[in-house]
Design a binder for this molecule. Structure first.
Ligand code: XMP
Length: 513
């Protein structure tokens, strides 16, 4: 790929991914790399600019993350953010005031005033609100630097060395609370680094397609399609690159939402791929007979999924490449090793072990989720798949509390469809990040006409979240909930009560099982 490149050097800050996303929003390709990356390697990649992230440490601590001073000698513009500005100041001969002696710590929204002649602040407001989060502070600037912004407590909220093109901000321009943060980053990228902005999904698609073609040659490619955003976009991309050399295996375990299996199949009908839909619902329901423990459900489905996939792969014969839908946050989280929260990355659990193939292709490994969606649209994928909300691998099996029967599955599919229809009709389908119905195993008394009923209670769940690690329950208007409730009770047999889950995560989880 020969796009302009900006490197975000990760010093362990919690916002490192966010900085990279903000840079990409300016149509400039960037990568997050560890501060341990050798300077020679950084230089060889010929970046247009470098951004130092924040980090949890104080620069004067012995084990604080540092880079050799040669990083300041490669002639590339640098923007230091929070810990990044302090590291820059410290390395170039300035003085950092220690937290414990310091009255200048700032947290949260802070008023700042800027020098508009500094290119980073050109054409912006002289006064605006920024997001601060620091204990240590800059006491004395290194030679060549001048103040470019200050707050009440912080005389060096922004600094500049125009000659060497080194800039720094004590605050976080990447978070939305910094009113003009986006513009400040844009100024650094365009006015200081001289970027042109050549990172677009249409360019990406062209390059990726050419690269995949070159790599695959006349080989055979296999992809496990779940119908989720990532595997669907990967399928679309591979299809454009290698056409019918690609086989997509869509294992339909029968716990999809109503009509979903057909919709996924229809979405790929006109694509030039070998599309194999395996209707394995009998197999899966059979395996789950008598199972009510959530973890056993998950495990049983996971294992059976691999068995089915394996059998299909054998029918296809020797496969050269297996596609995985790894995306960039997975790469950052499992690869850099210095962010405060590290989680190992699992993809389609265990698949690579059971299929004989030469190599893995990860065509989305450089993209953030929003970029994956843009790419999907660019490739002409149905909106239904591009904007699909997350859906757990075990599907509705973990939304039917307790033991699963075909009857319960049908009840839940019908009720869930009504909920989705009404959320879409109210125009809430993109603002609520995940919403679904759960069939509880609780029955209660009701009255319909003159008859007493004793039927199931349906729970509705809707959450807003950015990362699905924490979530808030969605404030769905009562009128919408009422519509859903009335329709469900009237249209779906065996449900006589509807409740809405008003618990956040934590303490609850998003799913009920
Ligand atoms: P929880 O319930 O843990 O869910 O708050 C967080 C997110 O993960 C999804 N989820 C799963 N996805 N297999 C999956 O592929 C699973 O077993 C599974 N369990 C939960 C859930 O839908 C939510 O988006």
């Amino acid at each position: 790929m020969d796009n302009e490149l900006v490197l975000v050097i990760d010093f362990g800050g919690q916002y490192n991914q966010l900085i990279a996303r903000r840079v990409r929003e300016h149509n400039i390709y960037c990568e997050v790399i560890s501060y341990k990356t050798p300077v020679e390697e950084i230089k060889a990649r010929n970046p247009k600019g470098i951004i130092f992230t924040g980090g949890p440490n104080s620069v004067y601590l012995e084990d604080a993350p540092r880079m050799p001073k040669e990083i300041f000698e490669i002639g590339v513009p640098i923007l230091g953010i929070c810990y990044g500005i302090q590291f820059m100041v410290y390395s170039l001969g300035g003085i950092i005031g220690k937290a414990n002696e310091n009255a200048a710590a700032e947290f949260g929204r802070t008023d700042c005033e800027f020098d508009l002649s500094c290119p980073v602040f050109n054409d912006l407001n002289q006064k605006s609100v920024v997001w601060m989060s620091h204990n240590d502070y800059i006491e004395k600037l290194p030679e060549g630097f001048k103040a470019a912004g200050h707050s009440e407590k912080c005389p060096f909220a922004a600094i500049a060395d125009d000659l060497r093109k080194f800039y720094g901000v004590q605050f976080h321009p990447e978070v939305n609370h910094t009113e003009e943060g986006k513009e400040m980053l844009g100024n650094f990228l365009y006015k200081v680094c001289g970027c042109k902005g050549d990172w677009t999904m249409s360019n990406y698609a062209k390059t990726a397609i050419a690269q995949i073609r070159e790599k695959v040659g006349s080989g055979k490619v296999l992809l496990a399609l779940s119908g989720g955003v990532d595997s669907s976009v990967a399928c679309a991309l591979l299809s454009k690159a290698v056409g019918d050399q690609l086989t997509c295996v869509f294992v339909d375990h029968g716990f999809m939402r109503k009509n979903e299996g057909d919709e996924v199949e229809a979405a790929f009908k006109d694509w030039n791929v070998n599309f194999v839909r395996v209707d394995a619902s009998d197999r899966f329901i059979g395996k789950l007979e008598g199972v009510s423990d959530p973890e056993t459900k998950r495990k049983t489905i996971g294992e059976e999924f691999i068995r089915v996939f394996e059998e299909e792969a054998k029918k296809i014969g020797k496969v050269d490449y297996l596609v995985q839908g790894t995306i960039y946050p997975d790469v950052i989280e499992s690869g850099l090793g210095d962010a405060a929260v590290i989680k190992s990355h699992h993809n389609v659990g265990g698949l690579p072990d059971c299929v004989d193939f030469k190599e893995i292709i990860e065509p989305l490994r450089l993209l953030f989720k929003d970029e994956v969606r843009k790419l999907g649209t660019e490739l002409g994928l149905a909106d239904y798949l591009v904007w699909r909300q997350p859906f757990p691998g075990p599907g509705l099996a973990i939304r039917i509390m307790g033991e699963i029967t075909r009857e319960k599955l049908a009840i839940l599919q019908d009720a869930d469809l009504i909920f989705r229809e009404e959320i879409a009709a109210a125009g809430l389908d993109r603002s609520i990040n995940q919403y679904f119905a759960v069939l509880t195993n609780m029955r209660s008394v009701g009255v319909m006409g003159d008859d007493r009923t004793y039927d199931y209670a349906l729970a509705l769940r809707g959450v807003t979240t950015t990362d699905f690690m924490t979530a808030d329950f969605a404030r769905i208007p009562y009128e919408v909930l009422e519509k859903v409730s009335v329709r469900v009770v009237n249209e779906v047999k065996h449900i006589n009560r509807v409740v809405y889950d008003v618990t956040s995560k934590p303490p609850a989880t998003i799913e009920w099982e």
